[in-house]
Design a protein around this ligand. Structure first.
Ligand code: FES
Ligand code: FE
Length: 448
């Protein structure tokens, strides 16, 4: 389907049909979810051989499993006999996966290990070597984050992430002990098109002071030495909207502490930041160590991964049709953080962006209604707009990307829809442009 008129990034306009059209959705499964690198699991979630984690790539059910040699493989969760699901659990440790239907069993390396009545029913003519589980074409790790990709022609994961690594490292590499995701997967079904929460978190600072006004006032008591959530919402010029990094985005404050302003007891967090700031600066350099580590940063890896160092929630969206998605969330921590601090982070993540979280409830209702109101015959023909701060972006010293000043802007959303359109128009990866605008070689640590 031709998408050239559905998005116009020069004026900041989208046709609402992109949130409801079935044909476009099928094209997204093929050209976006079938082509891009997709987040599968954090290495902390499958530490031992045989540990597995079940997830989705688009609508494809996938098992990600740690091998005996420590490597990680991923397979379609579908029996090669008649297609049944071979794994029903969300996670665990397995020596084999046995199909409930006729009993075929598969080893952790995906090979077909057992077939009931093999000689009697197949007369010894079954070629097991051709009937192993279908393997996800590429699996690769970036500092603890494991991604998979179905497209044999995709760029390497490092090239795919491009300059977004500058921001990823603020969480993944600030401290020597590495990172983990905490808790069981918090799954929520939402009646929203998958693109709406992604564009909301990637760039929409505009809704903070309005949609979240109630939640904001509920946490107003959490003032800390002049910093309060209320101040953050009015001080929206104090951040950056960063895009133009291969379709990935960051929306960031620059104060080095605002991510922790929502905590009921922020002092231990502030003490941790202060004690470890020199380490972060040594490892990440001055710009990121001083201005980004500890700040609230919304990071988006196209198409469906988002996480917020500082507020410490990590989330992937799985599409379930044009008007439905599953949102999976975990709490993210640095392994160097004391146990009590990690527990406080998990608590706070549940309070703010968990299943009954104050902020998620505000967003969920708005996003579901935006989807619902784009389904009608007449409304589907209407436009919606992301035209705020058009033409007001450029480079900034010390940062990669095309940058619009401030947190209230629709700059990042325009880049998100641009990337969507680029993928939807391209027949293959060869036609997908690569761009890391105003790329900089990542700042060398000063003390290295
Ligand atoms: Fe799995 Fe038949 S469908 S063994
Ligand atoms: Fe929100």
């Amino acid at each position: 389907m031709d998408v050239s008129d559905l998005v116009d990034t020069t004026t900041g306009r989208q046709k609402r049909t992109i949130y409801s059209n079935e044909e476009l959705y099928k094209q997204e499964l093929e050209r976006i979810f079938g082509r891009c690198w997709l987040f599968l699991v954090h290495t902390s979630q499958i530490p031992k051989a045989g540990d597995y984690f079940r997830t989705f790539m688009g609508e494809d059910d996938v098992i990600v499993i740690r091998q005996k040699d420590g490597s990680i493989k991923a397979f379609l969760n579908s029996c090669t006999h008649r297609g049944n699901r071979i794994c029903r659990a969300d996670r665990g440790n397995a020596k084999a996966f046995t199909c409930n239907y006729h009993g075929w069993s598969f080893a952790p390396d995906g090979s077909l290990a057992g077939v009931p009545l093999e000689n009697e029913a197949y007369f010894g003519e079954l070629d097991r070597s051709k009937l192993g589980l279908v393997q996800v074409t590429h699996v690769a790790e970036y500092k603890g984050l494991v991604f998979g990709c179905f497209d044999p022609d995709a760029p390497s994961l490092e090239d795919y992430l491009g300059d977004a690594k500058f921001f990823l490292d603020v969480w993944l590499d600030a401290m020597p002990g590495g990172t983990s995701l905490l808790g069981e997967t918090q799954k929520m079904e939402l009646g929203s098109n998958w693109k709406l929460p992604v564009e909301n978190v990637c760039g929409d600072g505009y809704h903070l002071g309005w949609a979240h006004a109630g939640a904001m006032s509920a946490v107003q008591s959490m003032d800390l030495a002049g910093l309060s959530v209320g101040n953050s919402s009015t001080n929206l010029e104090g951040g950056l909207s960063v895009a133009g990094m291969n379709g990935h985005m960051a929306l960031t404050s620059l104060d080095g502490i605002s991510g922790y302003a929502f905590y009921p007891e922020p002092k231990p967090m502030m003490d941790y930041l202060e004690a470890n700031r020199p380490t972060a600066i040594e490892r990440l350099g001055k710009v990121r160590g001083e201005q980004l580590w500890g700040s609230q940063i919304n990071i988006t890896i196209f198409p469906n991964l988002q996480f917020l160092p500082g507020l410490n929630w990590f989330r992937v969206y799985h599409p379930k049709g044009p008007g439905k998605l599953e949102q999976w969330t975990w709490a993210m921590v640095e392994n160097d953080m004391p146990d009590e601090m990690q527990a406080a982070i998990l608590d706070n993540q549940c309070l703010t962006f968990g299943l009954a979280g104050l902020f998620d409830n505000d967003d969920g209702d708005n996003l579901a209604a935006c989807t619902e109101q784009s389904r009608g015959w007449r409304t589907a023909q209407m436009d919606v707009f992301t035209n705020m701060a058009l033409g007001r972006s450029g480079p900034r010293d010390g940062f990669p990307g095309d940058i619009a000043a401030g947190l209230v802007s629709e700059h990042n959303q325009r880049y998100f829809y641009r990337r969507w359109q680029e993928h939807m128009q391209a027949e293959s990866w060869a036609e997908v442009p690569t761009y890391n605008i105003n790329s900089l070689s990542v700042e060398e640590p000063e003390n290295a």
